[in-house]
Design a protein around this ligand. Structure first.
Ligand SMILES: Nc1ncnc2c1ncn2[C@@H]1O[C@H](COP(=O)(O)OP(=O)(O)OP(=O)(O)O)[C@@H](O)[C@H]1O
Length: 299
């Protein structure tokens, strides 16, 4: 391959949002193989309040999370699930303990570097969608690319449209959140999480506000992201019906891990692959995400 062909190929990878291209541009090592430990927590402790109102949300929690796998974090209300997700994802500083992500102790990074790390590697999905009311579905995705990666408007639009197309939302791209159904809003939120090709996806009760059909669809999208794109997915949930989608299930009780997910769930990928789509989605084409999205070579 000549130098100019190589350069064009690298440019295309980068502009197409490919992980390889993005990593190359950051001078980072190649991605870890599926199943490799990519995020490690050691002895995490987090309390809120003091004196009589002191609550121990996390009590010396240690765990390992793996590339390309879907992890469920379960436990009773108040057991510390959201706190653990926030600490692991760089949103909430622990009182004690360490979080190693891609070999870096994230809570030792300077604030600016931590922010860059979150922007580049982490995506968040919440029960309440957290969409901007004034932006259309397409703009919700574009803003992530323009603001987070400094993409040109043209490139951002192309990538946003490609992901919305794969989510079956092309015909809804011009609508604002108030004009979308709950399931569509969650698909936009998932699209916004996926469009930047994150290394880690953190989802807090992503299916809680959805009916079961849309909940399954949301989980299928997250599973595809893990399987095809190699993302580490961590989902906080109360819903045991999501267990068949997971590679590993971690259980918290009173801020302590009952099990650390070391034992994988029964062949979850085959369960996932054979989970039928909800009936009304069978009428349309089956959703298959591709990472990076297929984009035309000419811009
Ligand atoms: N900002 C806060 N201020 C005070 N206490 C808090 C705060 N956030 C969490 N806590 C306390 O920490 C503990 C764990 O809360 P957390 O929200 O992590 O649990 P959870 O398992 O996610 O609960 P749920 O399933 O109900 O969302 C609870 O006792 C909670 O009251």
């Amino acid at each position: 391959m000549s130098w100019s062909t190589w350069w064009k190929w690298k440019w295309w990878q980068r502009s197409a949002g490919s992980v390889e291209g993005a990593r190359w541009s950051l001078g980072e090592p190649p991605p870890l193989p599926r199943g490799a430990i990519c995020l490690t927590a050691r002895h995490l402790t987090r309390t809120f309040g003091n004196g009589q109102t002191r609550a121990v949300a996390l009590d010396r929690v240690s765990l390992d999370l793996r590339q390309g796998e879907v992890h469920l974090l379960m436990g009773p209300s108040g057991s510390g699930k959201s706190t653990l997700l926030a600490v692991l994802s760089g949103l909430l500083r622990p009182d004690r303990g360490q979080v190693f992500a891609l070999g870096r102790d994230i809570w030792r990074l300077p604030e600016e570097e931590l922010e860059r790390f979150r922007l580049r590697h982490c995506s968040y999905i919440f029960q309440g969608y957290n969409l901007f009311p004034a932006l259309t579905a397409r703009e919700q995705l574009e803003i992530v690319l323009k603001w987070g990666e400094g993409c040109s408007p043209r490139e951002a639009r192309k990538r946003a449209e490609a992901v919305l197309g794969q989510l079956g939302l092309t015909h809804r791209a011009h609508l604002r959140p108030a004009e979308l159904s709950g399931g569509e809003k969650q698909r936009v939120a998932i699209g916004r999480a996926l469009v930047k090709n994150p290394t880690f996806i953190f989802a807090d009760e992503p299916t809680a506000a959805l009916d079961w059909d849309n909940g399954q669809l949301a989980m299928q999208l997250l599973c595809q992201c893990a399987r095809q794109r190699g993302a580490m997915v961590l989902v906080v949930t109360h819903d045991p019906r999501l267990i068949p989608f997971a590679d590993r299930v971690l259980e918290l009780a009173d801020g302590r891990l009952r099990n650390d997910g070391t034992a994988p769930t029964r062949s979850s990928s085959s369960v996932y692959e054979h989970t039928p789509l909800p009936l009304h989605y069978k009428k349309g084409p089956r959703l298959h995400l591709q990472f990076p999205p297929k984009l035309p070579l000419s811009s």
